[in-house]
Structures are given as C-alpha cells and as structure tokens.
Design a protein. Structure first.
Length: 357
C-alpha cells in the first residue's frame, strides 16, 4: 500500500485524563492503561479508517472469526524517556512492524503498513506522553494487535480485521530471577507449525503446562522441541541463552522459535563486546553435562517485557540444578549495554533508537 492510500488518522481526546490516579511507584506489568487507544479497520481489501480515541471496550459480533478460528496476532515494544529527560524514544520499532507482518502472513491476515503502525504509535505518544514513566526500571509498554472480525462461522480467513494499539506504564515483568521446569511431554511448537509467529494461540497452549510447573514450585517452563523433545526451544515467553565455557549459546531460529527483537539485540551486543556467540541446536543433555562439568555458568531469557531475566534453577527429570545469578557476568554486562542504549545513556552505535518527540 502506498503512503497516499493510508487513511487519515482522526483524533478524539478523553474529556478527563486518569493520569492523576496512576501510582508510578507501583506499576504491576500489564494492569494500567493510558487514556487513549489507536484503532484501524480493514475491509474490502484495504485499510479504511484509523482513529485515536479514548481507551474503552469494543463491541464485536459473537460470530467474529477471532473467537472461533483464532486469527489473532500481537506485538510488544516499549517507549522510554531518555535518561536526561530530553524526549521519548522507541527501541527498534521497525523490527516489531516487520515481525507483525511476518506473523500476519503465516496466519493468513493482511499486512499492516509500516507507516500505519508507526503513525499510530506516534499519535498515541503525542496525546499520552504523560503516561511514559521517568522512574528507573519502568517504561511505557506498547501492545499492537490484529484480529479477524468477520461475523462468519466458517473455516477460512476473515475478510474484516481490526488493528489496535493500546499502551500502559509498567514496571519490570519479572522482579527477580526465575526457576524453570523442563518438560519432555508438553511442547509449545513443532516444525511446520507457527511457533515463530507471535500468535495468540501460541501462548494459550502454554498456560496449562505453566500452571502445572507453578504447582511444583517453579516460576515458568523451559520448553523442548516438539519433534525429539530433547532440544532447547524457549523459556517461558522468552528466547533463551546459556553461557557455556565462556561462550554465549542460544538455539537457532528454525521456524519453531520466535525471532525476538531483544534476542537479536543481545547477540549483536555480545559480539560487539567480544563474546563468542553460537546459534545452534542445544540438547538438554548437553546442558546437564555442562552443568555437571562446571562449564554452565549462566542461563537467562530475553524479551521485550523482561529485557534480561536470569534463570537461577532448572528442574529436569525430578532433579534440580541451581545456579547463583548474583555471579552472572555476561547477562549483567549485556543488560547494562542494552538498557544504556534504550535509555540513550550509551552511544547508539547500531542506530536502534527512534526519537518520537
């Protein structure tokens, strides 16, 4: 779609802001939302309307495609105040736009023009900039999503869609290191499936195994591959990294693993710091052997919400393998560099930061 074919974005402001009710010193992840939302409608083969409006419930037919056949994808990114308070920035938003469209293709949905994606975010940040936290460790979480809305009970792609963006100030996703249970029964994705798409169904299928893991005292799940049930996949809703004998090792993106924006950033920063990085298959047996040999020194997850989340214990076949996250050197160094770039405290040598106002 050409830029001149995009709908003009209308703006309807709230009559009274709820900013006074927000406690910026207590921001549980995903529970507080800003005053406005962005909504664009697709039908007759093109994007027809776009509007910034007060955050509110939306009315949908009970027969909508999304409720019955699961055409639903989403993204997650953050806006930050620069450390010197001179403006608000986004971190690699073009990567999120590209990944949303890769997910849309896999789920047989229309692409969202990058201009529409970015303009929607910019308009929201313009009217809701007071919701961007200035506190250390906090940010404005941005959740774009696309759903099929055709009221039709039939297994085929919808011919109507809504693209919506909501935002909200938030603190850390995990406020401490996590313990994980390794499953060799439940899996999150298989080759030929859609594990590399950020589709709602990918996450729904993980909820029950995570519930079981929590009942056993673990925080989350370390997933194995769906074919052999022996190769490392992801951890919770994050990409995973291991430090083995001084090298940073992570599973290759083989179509079953989400191509994380933070994952790519971690790899780039690690290489820039002179750390050897390997992207390859990693078996759980290799991890156990490396642990027993004293060569496994760090495990951490990476993702937009969590940034870098240390894993301090994994359980496998009724045995626990603890690690001391206070001694993690690689994870801490990478996080310092990543957050430093995001908050404009360090040189943006990779051109990752986009200033929006």
């Amino acid at each position: 779609m050409e830029l001149n074919e995009l709908p003009t974005i209308e703006v309807e402001l709230v009559k009274e802001s709820k900013i006074a009710s927000v406690d910026f010193n207590d921001l549980p992840f995903g529970k507080t939302f800003s005053d406005h939302m962005f909504i664009a409608e697709y039908y007759d083969g093109k994007w027809q309307s776009a509007k910034v409006q007060p955050y509110k419930e939306i009315a949908l037919s009970p027969a909508c495609n999304v409720f019955h056949y699961g055409q639903a994808i989403f993204e997650g990114l953050k806006a930050y105040y620069k450390a010197d308070g001179s403006g608000i920035v986004l971190f690699r938003p073009e990567k999120n736009a590209a990944r949303l469209n890769a997910s849309a293709k896999r789920m047989s949905m229309p692409e969202v023009p990058v201009e529409l994606f970015m303009d929607g975010i910019r308009h929201l940040l313009e009217v809701d900039n007071s919701f961007v936290p200035k506190q250390t460790g906090s940010s404005l979480y941005i959740r774009p999503f696309l759903i099929g809305t055709e009221p039709f009970i039939g297994v085929r792609s919808s011919d109507r869609y809504l693209f919506i963006i909501i935002t909200g100030p938030t603190g850390a996703y995990y406020d401490e290191a996590i313990s994980v249970l390794v499953y060799d029964s439940y899996v999150r994705s298989t080759k030929g499936g859609y594990g590399n798409a950020k589709a709602a169904g990918n996450y729904a299928g993980t909820l029950y195994p995570v519930k079981l893991a929590k009942e056993k005292g673990y925080k989350d799940v370390l997933w194995l591959d769906g074919e052999h049930k022996k190769y490392i996949n992801e951890v919770g809703t994050m990409n995973i990294f291991f430090v083995i004998d001084g090298k940073l090792v992570t599973p290759e993106t083989d179509g079953t693993i989400l191509d994380g924006v933070t994952r790519d950033s971690v790899i780039t920063i690690a290489k820039d710091l002179g750390i050897d990085v390997e992207e390859r298959q990693i078996s759980i047996d290799e991890i156990v052997d490396a642990y027993n040999a004293g060569k496994l020194t760090e495990i951490f997850g990476s993702g937009t919400a969590a940034v870098i989340s240390p894993v301090n214990k994994f359980g496998y076949k009724e045995k626990d393998y603890p690690l001391d996250e206070t001694k993690y050197v690689v994870a801490q160094k990478i996080k310092e560099n990543l957050v430093g770039i995001q908050k404009c405290m360090l040189e943006d040598k990779f051109n990752w930061v986009t200033q929006v106002n």
